[in-house]
Design a protein around this ligand. Structure first.
Ligand code: NAD
Length: 442
């Protein structure tokens, strides 16, 4: 099939490259000329495993880049919208980019088209796209609007796209549902996965993925509700982690205990500094705004959001309690300074001469640091781990003072006086034994 993808950001570029790998002819349209020039010259603007291979395989063949939306629409019957939907100041989704694409498509219609929203949008957006297109001269019979929400995660975007748990096809008419099914047919039939050159299958892949056909409104809600539910799981376990810290329990053990109930599951039950990134925060506030507009006060979401904000403040307090005063101190940060999967990480430059090291993301590279080297690089061997990547006992044995989430700080004997004088340090373990109970909880 010939497919137009409008917006060549994270979702559009990955979707376009993957559609090409499924065997379709794809035109990726963007209004950012610089980005297009870079893509045409073979640059890969985002760090995503397998994306360079897919772009090298298909660019200038089944995958082309263009700034001409009208021309792209003329030559294709399916148009995916993958432009950004950033938050407004009020927390709603800014749909002006989506609207501008809808206007552009309306002006270029030359036969039946299906316009498919893949951007994350509030319920009723498909109805609004339809209205905008009708207002801009598109004949009612000349197009349908469908919703095909995207669930990929940055970092594993290509495999998430090609090996999803499910594909949601939100279509209100059979003729557009059948076009959507054709696009995903190589995945639904399993033929893609039998190919020698298919992108390798990740662990836990559902093959073939479930195709879930719904109304457009249901599909729109599925995306927002999924992200809200996942964020709720994160805030829930972070709240439990805070209780663990107060009572001296180990949140990792608690996670194992609750996560092994198959109704709950272990995934997204990872205590840490809370959710972030470009999607969850904005999608939650957008979903809350949608609910309010529909007359439902979704107070649960307010709590999820406020627990998440509190979690970051708790982490900052933890840094203070590890270092006492912060003015003039140098903190190495793993999670901002480096990207996973690059050689930079192995140089540990962030740690050199730092008063303490903060771990803020769960990149695999950060969980396999050379601890002896790290110890020698840090001014003081203090690690505050916002992702629970290490075992406190191991860190203590390696001579580190180690703070994590939902577990007691681990402190070697030689550092104990420092901690004794620290506020809010909680219990302190010494080589596996708890030696200081309930240090100042003020
Ligand atoms: P992005 O900002 O990386 O990319 C958006 C692209 O759209 C940019 O390249 C921009 O130049 C282009 N664009 C904007 N207006 C345009 C127009 N009128 N014509 C042509 N191109 C235009 O955004 P993203 O991260 O790819 O997200 C896109 C959508 O997908 C959002 O709604 C987001 O919530 C959703 N989503 C994102 C992810 C993710 O992990 N990033 C996952 C699932 C869903």
């Amino acid at each position: 099939m010939r497919i137009v993808v409008v917006g060549s950001g994270y979702v559009g570029l990955v979707a376009g490259a993957c559609f090409a790998d499924l065997g379709h002819e794809v035109v990726l349209v963007d209004n950012d000329e610089q980005k297009l020039a870079a893509l045409k010259s073979g640059a890969v603007p985002i760090h995503e495993k397998f994306l360079p291979e897919l772009l090298a395989r298909h660019s200038s063949k089944r995958l082309t880049f263009s700034s001409d939306l009208a021309e792209a629409v003329h030559s294709s019957s399916t148009v995916f919208i993958t432009v950004g939907t950033p938050p407004t100041e009020q927390g709603e989704a800014d749909l002006s980019y989506v609207e501008s694409v809808a206007r552009g498509v309306a002006g270029a219609i030359n036969g039946y088209k299906v316009v498919i929203e893949k951007s994350t949008v509030p319920v009723y957006t498909s109805a609004w796209i339809r209205t905008v297109m009708l207002r801009n001269g598109a004949a009612p019979e000349s197009f349908d609007v469908a919703s095909n929400p995207e669930f990929l995660r940055e970092g594993t975007a290509v495999t998430d796209f090609l090996y999803p748990d499910r594909v949601v096809l939100g279509a209100d008419h059979e003729r557009c549902a059948s076009l959507l099914r054709q696009i995903y047919e190589p995945m639904a039939s399993g033929s893609y996965y039998r190919r020698q050159d298919a992108i390798p299958q990740p662990d836990r892949a559902h093959i073939p993925p479930r195709m879930i056909v719904t109304s457009a409104k249901s599909a729109e809600l599925i995306k927002h509700a999924s992200n809200a539910f996942l964020a709720m799981k994160i805030s829930f376990i972070n709240a439990v982690a805070s209780i663990c810290e107060s009572v001296g329990a180990d949140v990792q053990q608690v996670c194992q205990g609750i996560g092994s109930d198959t109704r709950i599951g272990t995934r997204f039950l990872s205590p840490g500094i809370g959710y972030g990134g470009s999607c969850f925060p904005k999608d939650l506030t957008a979903f809350r705004a949608v609910a309010r507009e529909c007359g439902y006060d979704f107070r649960l979401l307010d709590e999820v959001i406020s627990i998440n904000e509190e979690q970051r403040q708790r982490f900052v307090r933890k840094v203070r309690s590890a270092l006492w005063t912060l003015k003039g101190k140098r903190l190495g940060v793993l999670g901002l300074a480096f990207k996973g999967g690059t050689d930079d990480i192995r140089d540990y430059e962030a740690a050199a001469g730092a008063d303490a090291l903060l771990i803020l993301t769960e990149w695999h590279e950060f969980s396999t640091l050379d601890l002896d080297l790290l110890h020698s690089q840090l001014k003081y061997p203090i690690i505050i781990d916002g992702r629970n990547l290490y075992d406190p006992e191991d860190m203590m044995a390696g001579g580190f003072t180690y703070y994590s989430i939902g577990r007691q700080p681990a402190v070697p004997e030689s550092h104990i006086a420092t901690i004794m004088s620290t506020k809010n340090a909680g219990d302190v373990r010494f080589m596996g034994r708890k030696v200081v109970d309930g240090i100042s909880a003020s």
